[in-house]
Design a protein around this ligand. Sequence first.
Ligand code: BGC
Length: 412
Amino acid sequence: MKQMLAGVAAAALIAGSAQASDVEVLHWWTSGGEAAALNVLKDDLAGQGIGWVDMPVAGGGGEAAMTTLRARVTAGDAPTAVQMLGFDIKDWAAEGVLGNLNEVAAAEGWDAVVPAALQNFSKSDGNWIAAPVNVHSTNWVWISKPALDATGMGAPTTWEELIAVLDAMKANGITPLAHGGQAWQDATIFDAVVLSLGDDFYKAALIDLDPEALGGDKMVEAFNRMATLRGYVDDNFSGRDWNLASAMVINGEAGMQMMGDWAKGEFLRADKVPGQDFVCIRFPGTQGAVTFNSDQFVMFDVASDEAKAAQLAMASSVMNPVFQSAFNVVKGSVPARTDVPNTDFDDCGKKGMADLAEAGGSGRLFGSMAHGHSVPASIKNAIYDVVTAHFNGEYDAATAAAELVNAVDAAK
Ligand code: BGC
């Protein structure tokens, strides 16, 4: 609380003691778990007398939100704060339309507590342009504990074990894999599948965009794995929202979901307990490595002192360690600062924090392609197209690998 008040005082000081206006926030947190997490932020700001004007645009990965944002900025009407991922932040920074959070960042010592992998996106030309609220990661699998127990097997640790569990779930009469057929969801599984074929392969293909990795034998193998997984999805998967796929696992209709840790927010909201009702594991073959993404609040350059004061107060709130714990406990993510204790986190959250620290220390932390942290949106979208066309049976694995090389090349 003390720190929170200090933040508001700092913000008012910086903005010339102006009264903070309401904040209009553009975001894509529209599922039950996401809305619950958002309420933690709304309440926090309300406690400081800052009102909330909601601007939700549904769609994981934020593609639709970014389209809306572009229209708003083009119309000269940027929102006060915008939820944004990695390379989108860099793209906007390059346009020179963002605000500057340096004074509040300096007053609160952000440099010392935000991991370098996040600062890479929060700062541009040495200036703080965004406040990171969390770290998510995409190489997770969320398994129904009763469905797993019914197979008589343990949580899978290898690709072969994964397939054995999926087969057993199928034999038990449930949908083995809950999935929503939307490009970003297909791409989220693709992150994990590529990583499961090796750290070097992930880096070469999805970060360095090496044509030999994008079009080689290992990529053909990755697409074969995607096709195998497609075989465990039910017939109605097309267009299904990710949180409805989570609900299938929660209800026992499906065995597992391969999704970022925002899925945990849905399980928690349904009063499900990790270890008891569901199990969280890293995608088999990716243990010890992490494909991360971080939601950051980006502040556009606004004219009025009141709006500036609101931005600084919001940034300060978002970076508050007490808030970072409270918010991320609900959201399913982990804190964006290294000094937040894991005390209030459940076992999956504690694992997420430990995995992140371990991967960071061992050089096994990679930006998620699917969630905007490995390549710019133009290239990400080109990869999405190929992954989805293949998932829907338009290409065989060899054609998909060849198309990936072409699509990335054309988007560069
Ligand atoms: C965001 C998460 C969000 C998820 C699904 C991801 O891109 O980083 O915060 O929960 O999409 O909407």
